[in-house]
Design a binder for this molecule. Structure first.
Ligand code: NAP
Length: 541
C-alpha cells in the first residue's frame, strides 16, 4: 500500500451525541486514532438541538445516564426524575470534559458525503466546506431522530413571523408572552411544547392531524434522600434495565389480561396510570401490546381518563385516538397536557375536519377560516433513523448509494452493518436494538460490541469487515417476524417507517422495518452469539 492509501485515522465517528461521546471514549481506551466530526458547535446531539420549551426525558434520568463509570455515577446529581434538556446537555458536557474527550472532537463539521475507497479499504468523509477526512472505519453516531421534517404546506416560506421546527429552536430566549402561537403536530414533542407554553402565550392554536394516547409523566424533584438511594442502587437499576425489553425500569405484569378479573385489571391500570414514567405503557399485562381485545379494553380505560380531564366533551373526543390502540405508537408522556385544552386561550383544530390549505404571510388558512399568528411551531417530527443517513451521500463498494439500497427496505445485519458497505459500522442503524430501547442503554450495548469487534480485528490483523448478504436477509426476516407479533406493526408511525413529509415513506409504511422489536435481552444474546462465533455472518479480511 502506498503512503497516500493510508487513512488519517483508524476511525472517523460522525456525531457527538450520546452515542458518539461513549464511542470516542472506548476508541481512546483501545488506543485507536480517531476523531469525531460534529455539525453543531458543541457535543450533545439531540440534547444540543432540541431546546424547545418543555423538552425533557421520559426515561428516568438515572436510567438515561451512562453506566460505564462508577465515578461518574457517584458524582453526578440528577435534580429531577425526568431531567430537562438544559440539565441533560450539562451532563453530556460534563462527561466530555471529565474524560477529556473534547480534544478528539471537531465541531462545525457538517458531513456531506462518505465514500468507501475500495483500493485502500477505508472511508473518505467530505464536509460541506470541502474538507476531507479519511478513516479505516466509519462509525455513524448520527442519531435516530435527527433529520427534522417540515410539512409540505403551500406558502410555507411566505410566513413573515417567526417559524421554527422544534429541533431548531433558537438558542436565545424566545419571548412568548402575549404572542399568538400555532403548533402543528401532536407527537411526543408537540405534547411537551403545548403543555409547557399554554399558560405563557397570548393565544395557542393546536393543529392536530392524529391524536396520540398520552399519559402523565409524574415528574418530581429528586430530594437528597432519594438521590442517595438512587446512587446506592445503580447496580440494581441497570440490572433491571438490562433485563427489560425496552431498557427501562418498568416491567410488565406477567399475567394475560383475560386471566385477571375486571376489578383487578382496573386496580393495576389505576396504579400504573398514577405511577412515574412508562409504567403506564410497559407495566401493563403482558398481552396488551399484542392482543387486540386486551388493547381495546385498556385503550377505553385511558380514553375515560382523557374524558375526565378535558372539560369540553367535543374537544375530549377529538383528543382520543380512534385509528390506533394505546401503545401501538410512541406514547407521549405529559404534564397537564389535557388540562391545557381547558384554558380559554387554547383551541384545538382537527385538520381532518378543516384541512390547512396554505401558510400565508400573516398566519394560515384552513378550509374554514384564516388565522393570524406571530409564531408557528412545527412539531412535525423526523425522517426517523434512515433520514440521517439519507442526508449524507454515502457510497459503498462499487459505487452503490446507500439511499438507493435502502429505498425499499433499510436492511442491515443486526443494525450494525449493511452489505456492500464494508467498514461502515452503525451505532443507531435501522433494524438494530439501540433504536428500540431507552437510548443510552441500547447505545452502550452497540458501542461495546463495536469496540470489542475493532479490538478483535486489530488483534487478528483484519482490516476489513462486511456483512454477508445472506446473513442480512436472514436478520431482516427475523426482524419482520418480530414485528408480526405486535399490534404496532399495523399502525403508521416512525416505528413502521411512515412520514408523510418524505417522498415514498407514506407508501412503504408497513414494509419499512425500522427497529428491532424483539426486545433488548434477545438482541444482546444474538450479538454475543455472533461475536463468540468469530463474528459469523460477517466477512473479515
Ligand atoms: P412525531 O411523533 O413523528 O410527531 C409528529 C407530529 O406532527 C404528529 O402529530 C404528526 O401527525 C404531525 N405532522 C407531521 N406532518 C404533518 C403535516 N404535514 N401536517 C400536519 N401534521 C403533521 O414526532 P415528535 O413528536 O418529534 O416525536 C418523535 C420521537 O422523538 C418520539 O416518538 C420520541 O421517540 C422522541 N421524543 C422523545 C421525547 C422524550 O424523551 N421525552 C420528547 C419528544 C420526542 P400524524 O400523527 O398524523 O403523522
Amino acid at each position: 500500500m502506498t503512503e497516500s492509501q493510508q487513512p488519517q485515522y483508524d476511525a472517523v465517528v460522525i456525531g457527538a451525541g450520546v452515542a458518539g461521546i461513549y464511542q470516542i471514549y472506548r476508541l481512546q481506551e483501545l488506543g485507536m486514532s480517531a476523531t469525531v466530526l460534529e455539525a453543531a458547535d458543541g457535543p450533545g446531539g439531540t440534547w444540543y438541538w432540541n431546546r424547545y420549551p418543555g423538552a425533557r426525558f421520559d426515561s428516568e434520568s438515572y436510567t438515561y445516564g451512562y453506566s460505564f463509570s462508577k465515578e461518574l455515577l457517584a458524582e453526578w446529581d440528577w435534580s429531577e426524575h425526568f431531567a430537562g434538556q438544559a440539565e441533560t446537555l450539562r451532563y453530556l458536557n460534563h462527561v466530555v470534559d471529565k474524560f477529556d474527550l473534547r480534544q478528539h472532537m471537531q465541531f462545525g463539521c457538517k458531513v456531506k458525503a462518505a465514500t468507501f475507497d475500495e483500493d485502500g479499504s477505508f472511508w473518505r468523509v467530505r464536509l460541506e466546506d470541502g474538507r476531507e477526512f479519511t478513516g479505516r472505519f466509519l462509525l455513524t453516531a448520527i442519531g435516530m431522530l435527527s433529520a427534522a421534517t417540515l410539512p409540505r404546506i403551500p406558502g410555507r416560506d411566505s410566513f413573515e413571523g417567526d417559524a421554527w421546527h422544534t429541533y431548531y429552536w433558537p438558542h436565545e430566549p424566545v419571548e412568548l408572552a402575549g404572542k399568538r402561537v400555532a403548533v402543528i403536530g401532536t407527537g411526543a414533542t408537540g405534547v411537551q411544547v403545548i403543555s409547557e407554553i399554554a399558560d405563557k402565550v397570548g393565544e395557542l392554536t393546536v393543529f392536530q392531524r392524529r391524536p396520540n394516547w398520552c399519559a402523565p409523566l409524574h415528574n418530581d424533584e429528586i430530594d437528597p434522600t432519594d438521590l442517595a438511594d438512587i446512587k446506592s442502587s445503580y447496580d440494581e437499576i441497570f440490572e433491571i434495565c438490562r433485563r427489560n425489553a425496552g431498557g427501562f425500569l418498568h416491567s410488565p405484569d406477567p399475567r394475560k389480561m383475560r386471566d385477571v378479573p375486571r376489578e383487578e385489571r382496573l386496580d393495576l391500570w389505576e396504579k400504573i396510570y398514577a405511577a412515574r414514567g412508562f409504567s403506564v405503557w410497559m407495566g401493563n399485562f403482558i398481552d396488551v401490546g399484542i392482543n387486540p381485545e386486551a388493547n381495546a379494553e385498556y385503550s377505553e380505560f385511558i380514553a375515560d381518563k382523557i374524558r375526565s380531564r378535558v372539560h369540553d366533551p367535543v374537544t375530549a373526543e377529538r383528543l382520543i385516538p380512534k385509528d390506533h390502540g394505546f401503545g401501538t405508537r410512541r406514547v407521549p408522556l405529559e404534564t397537564r397536557y389535557y388540562e391545557a385544552y381547558n384554558r380559554e386561550n387554547v383551541r384545538l383544530i382537527d385538520i381532518n375536519e378543516t384541512p390547512i390549505e396554505r401558510i400565508t404571510p400573516t398566519g394560515l388558512t384552513t378550509s374554514e377560516q384564516d388565522y393570524e399568528f406571530d409564531l408557528i411551531i412545527y412539531a412535525t417530527g423526523f425522517d426517523a433513523i434512515t433520514g440521517a443517513f439519507d442526508r449524507i451521500n454515502m457510497t459503498g463498494s462499487g459505487g452503490v448509494a446507500l439511499r438507493e439500497k435502502w429505498a425499499e427496505s433499510p436492511d442491515t445485519l443486526l443494525g450494525m452493518q449493511t452489505s456492500g458497505f464494508p467498514n461502515l459500522l452503525m451505532l443507531s442503524g435501522p433494524q438494530g436494538g439501540s433504536v428500540s430501547t431507552n437510548y443510552p442503554r441500547g447505545i452502550e450495548t452497540a458501542v461495546d460490541w463495536i469496540s470489542d469487534l475493532l479490538g478483535y480485528m486489530r488483534d487478528h490483523g483484519y482490516r476489513r469487515i462486511e456483512a454477508n448478504a445472506e446473513a442480512e436477509s436472514a436478520w431482516r426476516q427475523h426482524v419482520q417476524e418480530m414485528y408480526q407479533f405486535q399490534l404496532m406493526s399495523k399502525v403508521k408511525s416512525w416505528f413502521t417507517g411512515y412520514n408523510s413529509n418524505v417522498d415514498g415513506h407514506g407508501k412503504h409504511d408497513h414494509q419499512r422495518y425500522m427497529i428491532y422489536p424483539g426486545g433488548a435481552p434477545r438482541y444482546r444474546e444474538r450479538l454475543e452469539e455472533v461475536a463468540a462465533n468469530g463474528y459469523e455472518g460477517f466477512t473479515l479480511s
